[in-house]
Design a protein around this ligand. Sequence first.
Ligand code: SAH
Ligand code: SF4
Length: 392
Amino acid sequence: MTTELATAPVEEFQAETSAVNRPITDLSLAELRDEVVRLGQPAYRAEQVAGWVYRSTISSFEEMTNVPKALRAALAERFRFHALEQQAALLSADGETRKIVLSLPDGELIESVLMRYPQRADGTGAERATVCVSTQVGCPVKCTFCATGLMGFSRNLSAGEILDQALYFLRWTREHPPVVRNVVFMGMGEPLLNYDATMAAASRLIDPQCAGLGAHRLTVSTPGWLPGIQRLIEDPLAVRLAVSLHAPNDPLRSQLVPLNRRFPIPQVMQTLHDYQRRTGRRVTFEYTLLDGVNDTPALAHELAALLEGLDSHVNLIPMNPVADIPYAPSPWPVVEQFHQILRDAGMICTVRHEMGRDIKAACGQLRAELQRSRQPIAQATGIGAGVVVRTA
Ligand code: SAH
Ligand code: SF4
């Protein structure tokens, strides 16, 4: 069995000091320059520091060998190198999904997930790695099938706390390729309710002097917080947008996504048409298939009609079962039928790989169980059960 469990904090991810300093990644590059100048050093040192923070595998200021010792020491006094400390790492039985539970300086726990997609069986396509980051501790939206929604809302994450999740896996995959190229804001929380920190993190992931990922490689996912989508339309950062739809009509969607009562489907669609007209970007729709709830052929036809005229990509997600949540995943033939109806209607539609079910890879599940049971993680998750990876 390839399942791995590591409960001890790993050396490379320990905070340098227990003092509650801000993580260095909370600073924009401009703020870092100001800080460096304030410390009596030329501004270009900030780019050197950023190179180490965003594009290396080191884990402390001390290791920044081309930075003067005095500056390293001054930064270490004022900032944390990492905001987060690893509490647990779990590897799915197929080895392709790696989930970490991280603690924040105030003791809160969040989850991040690395998903590695292998080459297709026929040898085509590239191996690629995507990291899924959290933007809040818990979530105030409370979708009825979501483990994060069930736990309620504690607080927003800072830009550095969001970024450090991606940097954790960027560092790790530099030693275990393929290196992360895509970041999705689809972990715990609603990114558009923490807009400034989410987009500050995105800008440093994109900036070539920081992590240097392409804007099109970042995806922000929302259940339809329309003020946030309106801000995205104006935002110079051309990140991708995914909308968690889950139902094509208001009565059903309001049951699953309570936010729909505030922003019903006609308003959501109008805003998305506006988004597309102004940005020219395709919209992804996430649709989690729940057995006997939103997976009938009639609803597939209704969905196709709703999305007509919008350049879209529908991502069907097999539900991850969650303790205390009364929904179940749709059987595979139902998923296939739903998929086929959308394709026959001429839509671009994929079924998300069902990854890491054995390590509870849907957002918030592992953290919720950990919190509830306070058992060792191996017991809490029952890791070792078979993982199913399917391609559509
Ligand atoms: N809050 C944002 C992003 C985080 S959730 C949003 O809702 O879009 C990321 C995706 O996981 C969403 O599409 C969400 O609906 C889906 N999701 C939540 N719980 C799930 C579960 N138990 N099984 C499958 N998908 C789930
Ligand atoms: Fe929040 Fe997204 Fe979960 Fe809904 S699905 S409760 S918006 S994290």
